[in-house]
Design a protein around this ligand. Structure first.
Ligand code: AMP
Ligand code: MG
Length: 320
């Protein structure tokens, strides 16, 4: 098992030696390596068993640090960075040669973000290179939102997980790209589309893009538990699947007719942001129960609800 602790100096030393480490962010835990070192980045792909066509997000301590490895920053990218960084927003920008091709799967753009977590910001400020860091889980599985999640799945492959507690947002970053005059959301995530639009006006949302080469990682099936999952009207699905050993991922209220220990309620207050912080923990918990099917329903499609519904849709897609 990996060591879990708050020793930033130890993590810094690992990263300087081209090794990887688990790090906390406000979205999900990342598996980090020096983004300027192709050998170090190759270890991320190996540990995660991530296909090489899925590019990584590069984490930096500030917009200034990012200017050393991206070309000119579009005005609206700068406005968004000023407003939302540090925070759960990733910007797709033209890269310079400093970023190795393995990081971007050969694309001429790089995904960049300043994460909003005190330990990781301190770590980033203490090193003179940015960190490539995809979620610290095997490729395609539910993302980790605490240090134990990382240890459970990658503990025998990595040495250390920097413990920053539970992730405050709990769902991956919103990814935004710039295509001529258009601003395009490639992944719904922790930064609300409504807030982005308040800041820079209307954007396009193009997230169903497993066939879109500008976002090779947005596979239809992703973020999925091992147990099959189905979405719809919970009571109808319970009736249709009553011969199976089922579990329920409910938004606000546990349902009648399924044992309470086979249910996970995302937010008893009905608070979408709280539901986002608990989504992956809930999917993991249900996934340990040897169920035949997890039944769930879409949450209200607003704010972080759009990102939650996107993850539910991809989790369900694994079945088909
Ligand atoms: P994550 O697995 O959370 O680190 O997110 C990585 C995702 O960011 C990938 O799966 C892609 O969808 C997206 N991404 C990363 N780099 C780029 C890029 N240069 N252009 C478009 N999308 C990117
Ligand atoms: Mg991931």
């Amino acid at each position: 098992m990996a060591k879990i602790g708050a020793d930033i100096k130890f993590v810094q030393a690992l990263l300087q030696q081209s090794d990887v480490a688990g790090i906390p962010t406000e979205t999900v835990y990342g598996l980090a390596a020096n983004a300027l070192d192709a050998n170090a980045v190759a270890k991320i792909f190996k540990v995660k068993e991530r296909p090489s066509f899925d590019p990584l997000i590069v984490h930096t301590s500030s917009l200034e640090q990012a200017t050393s490895f991206v070309e000119a920053i579009p005005d609206r990218a700068r406005v968004l960075a000023d407003k939302f960084w540090p925070g759960p927003l990733t910007l797709i920008l033209k890269k310079t040669d400093r970023i190795p091709d393995i990081v971007t799967s050969g694309l001429d753009t790089v995904a960049v973000r300043v994460p909003n977590h005190p330990l990781t910001l301190q770590l980033l400020k203490s090193i003179d290179f940015p960190l490539a860091a995809p979620s610290a889980n095997p490729f395609g599985y539910v993302s980790p939102t605490n240090a134990n999640h990382v240890n459970e799945q990658l503990g025998d492959k990595i040495e250390y997980v920097l413990d920053g507690g539970e992730c405050a947002v709990g769902i991956e970053s919103t990814i935004v790209g710039f295509d001529g005059d258009d601003v395009v959301v490639h992944r719904l995530g922790g930064c609300r589309v409504e807030d982005i639009e308040k800041c820079i006006g209307q954007v396009k949302v193009e997230v169903n893009s497993s066939s879109n080469p500008t976002a090779p990682g947005m596979l239809d099936s992703h973020y999925a538990p091992l147990t099959p999952m189905v979405l719809g009207n919970i009571y109808e699905l319970m009736e249709a699947n009553k011969h199976l050993n089922i579990g329920v991922l409910a938004f606000q209220k546990a349902v009648q007719g399924v044992g309470r220990n086979h249910q996970f309620v995302l937010s008893e207050k009905g608070d979408i942001d709280e539901a986002a912080t608990r989504l992956f923990t809930g999917l993991r918990q249900l996934d340990t129960l040897n169920l035949q099917l997890i039944i769930s329903a879409y949450v209200p499609e607003q704010g972080l609800g759009r990102a939650i519904n996107d993850r539910l849709r991809r989790a369900e897609a694994k079945r088909n």
